[in-house]
Design a protein around this ligand. Structure first.
Ligand code: CUK
Ligand code: CUA
Length: 642
């Protein structure tokens, strides 16, 4: 969450000062359970119980931690370049970061969602959104690499994403900024109410390959979608999305979008939408341009293409697709309980938590129990008729809710800086624990699945203040681990995170471990510039293009003496790692190359482009310590004048 509301921020700051003072005598440490160290300590050589996949916010990355230890295992570049892995620098990976605007190697990654089968994470993929240049990514949990990125047309800001349906039939991506549809954008900004629209994309996921396709988009009035949750169990087939700014303000949002007492949750019958699309009711729109980038596992190379068509269904043209539920006030998270019966709204500026009932919503829809006026063509269900009940005085600034395996819900409160546990049925508050400080998202292991794993809750906090050693004007971001297996939540651990953490997923280690790939089979490598063995290593010239077919194996690079390069040449080092052992990458770097190193996995071929800028001798070497003779894994290239 970006702080859009100074009021809220002022309140948060005041609360924080108060909480510092209140904490002082006891100290924040007193909240920690006595044997916390034992319960989070993973002895050397032993493994964690869960993988925790955490969004990296404005770093554009996803990071992978162990729980309960909080140890960082890996940072996966998604909408970012990463010199450690040569990602976005090698010729093979550059196309992954192409968009219709060109090469965009950065974005703001807020949410991580697991792929689901029957409402449970299946360990195949993680999905991630990018907020700025709207994109959706799929990360492969066998290889821990980004396999696919698709740009989302007709949108500006892709915050409301990537939430998936019960069997990951679709990943949802919806716009945070309403904007005019692509190709219709040259209009006065003051014509917002008339020309600005919301779009909700249904991106299908191939069951086998995971491949994305924008199946269709739903066009809505100029709503701002913040977050969504797909129905599951009894509510499978529906989608619930929070909409703030029901005022449809387009200036000074901090004031103008906070006027209405209630905004909305948009309920969508996506199975109906699917039927309409199958019946040919959608309209083809041909003035869009969006990138679709895929990793090809055979050639170990990304392919980038631009697509120009999308099918759009306008929800206001159908009576039975979309319904608005009033929700107090500026709702942020919308979360569906494990059975699918309850929909929890979290109005950032509300003093209560409304819990809606899917059953009551259906009855209200059948009985047409609507407000007298449509909202921009969409029926508004009466608040009371969809309401299960309200959690009273829960805290200040509710943001997100997750669930455990025992019928409890946990809501994060940004302003009062706490996590509150309550019972889904009785709506009774059971426990509250402070967070340090200002929690945004929170995550229970499996907390958005049909059968949550429970046990651990992690709070991802916006402010660190005094929790860690200072590091200049900006402090590390942070997560806090709670044990939720007992009646009371127990704080166990603080751990710093990469970038600003928003949403996250935790999956049992076994689910991922068993799938994890060890090596790429070199015989299956179909890279067009693969070198089959050292005897085939060579240098080829074609005009001013020089291709070096290089191999790596402990502990030499072949060839290691390269002559005949001339100023004005474009040199491509196609490096094949001949190793077939787990965890035996080699690296490659050459003096003066203006990109980064390569890191080549066993069995892969990876390419570094180099345009020498001067005459001379240029050493190159393996960058990854690979054997006792790693330091000997070097060579020289000579560049001559033309
Ligand atoms: S948002 Cu960050 S705390 Cu972008 Cu999901 Cu709510
Ligand atoms: Cu190969 Cu170091």
């Amino acid at each position: 969450m970006k702080l859009k509301n100074y009021l809220l921020f002022g309140l948060a700051a005041a609360t924080m000062t108060a909480s510092f003072q209140a904490c002082k005598p006891k100290g924040a440490g007193s909240a920690v359970s006595g044997d916390a160290a034992q319960r989070t300590y993973i002895p050397p050589g032993q493994h964690d119980e869960f993988y925790n996949f955490v969004s990296g916010g404005f770093s554009g990355q996803m990071s992978v931690y162990g729980l309960p230890s909080g140890r960082l295992f890996r940072v996966i570049p998604v909408f970012s370049v990463d010199p450690e892995k040569g990602w976005g620098f090698s010729e093979e990976t550059k196309p992954m970061l192409q968009t219709s605007h060109g090469f965009v190697p950065w974005d703001d990654l807020h949410h991580i969602e697991a792929s689901f089968t029957d409402g449970m994470p299946d360990g195949k993929w993680m999905f991630a959104n990018s907020n700025n240049t709207p994109r959706l990514a799929r990360i492969n949990l066998q290889t821990f690499r980004t396999d696919e990125i698709i740009e989302i047309p007709n949108t500006g800001g892709n915050h409301c994403s990537p939430f998936t349906t019960e069997n990951s039939e679709y990943v949802i991506a919806a716009t945070r900024f309403s904007v005019p549809p692509d190709g219709e954008g040259d209009v006065p900004i003051d014509s917002y109410k008339e020309n600005f629209k919301g779009h909700i994309s249904f991106v299908s996921v191939d069951k086998q390959t995971g491949e994305f396709d924008i199946s269709f988009q739903l066009k809505t009035p100029g709503l701002n979608f913040d977050l969504s949750s797909a129905g599951k169990g009894v509510s499978n087939g529906w989608l619930f999305m929070s909409c703030y700014n029901s005022e449809q303000a387009h200036t000074l949002l901090e004031v103008n979008s906070s006027k209405n007492d209630k905004d909305f949750i948009l309920a969508i019958n996506w199975k109906k939408a699917e039927e309409y699309i199958k019946a040919g009711k959608g309209k083809k729109q041909n003035n869009v341009r969006y990138a679709h980038n895929k990793w090809d596992e055979h050639t170990h190379t990304a392919k980038h293409e631009i697509k120009t068509e999308v099918t759009v269904l306008d929800v206001t043209e159908f009576e039975d697709l979309a319904y608005l539920i009033p929700c107090p006030k500026s709702p942020h998270g919308t979360d569906v309980s494990p059975t699918g019966e309850f929909i929890v709204g979290s109005g950032k500026l509300a003093a209560l938590i409304p819990v809606f009932s899917f059953d009551k919503l259906q009855k209200a829809i059948s009985a047409k129990d609507f407000e007298s006026e449509l909202y921009d063509g969409i029926p508004v269900v009466k608040y009371e008729s969809a309401l299960h009940g309200e959690v009273q005085k829960p805290g200040l600034g509710p943001l997100h809710t997750e669930f455990d395996d025992k019928g409890n819900a946990y809501t994060s409160f940004f302003v009062s800086s706490e996590v509150v546990k309550w019972n889904i049925n009785t709506l009774e508050i059971l426990d509250r624990q402070p967070t340090f400080y200002s929690v945004g998202h929170l995550m229970v292991a499996g907390g958005n699945a049909k059968k949550p794993f429970g046990k651990y809750l992690v709070a991802y906090n916006k402010i660190t203040k005094d929790r860690f050693l200072p590091t200049g004007p900006e402090l590390c971001h942070s997560a806090q681990l709670f044990d939720i297996s007992g009646d009371k939540m127990e704080l166990l651990l603080d751990f710093p995170t990469i970038g600003e953490p928003h949403y996250a997923q935790a999956l049992p280690a076994d689910l991922i471990k068993e799938r994890s790939l060890q090596i790429y089979d070199i015989n299956a490598n179909k890279h067009p510039h693969k070198t089959n063995g050292e005897s085939e290593a060579r240098v080829e010239r074609n005009g001013n293009i020089v291709r070096v077919y290089m191999t790596t194996i402990r502990s030499h690079l072949t060839p290691d003496v390269i002559e005949g390069i001339q100023l004005g040449d474009e040199v491509y080092f196609h490096v094949t790692n001949l190793e077939q052992d787990w965890d035996m990458p080699h690296g490659f770097a050459i003096k003066g190359a203006n990109n980064s190193e390569l890191l080549i996995m066993p069995g892969e071929t990876t390419t570094l482009k180099w345009v020498p800028d001067r005459v001379g001798i240029f050493p190159f070497y393996c960058t990854d310590f690979c054997s006792a003779l790693h330091q000997e894994m070097t060579g020289y290239a000579r560049v001559s004048a033309q």
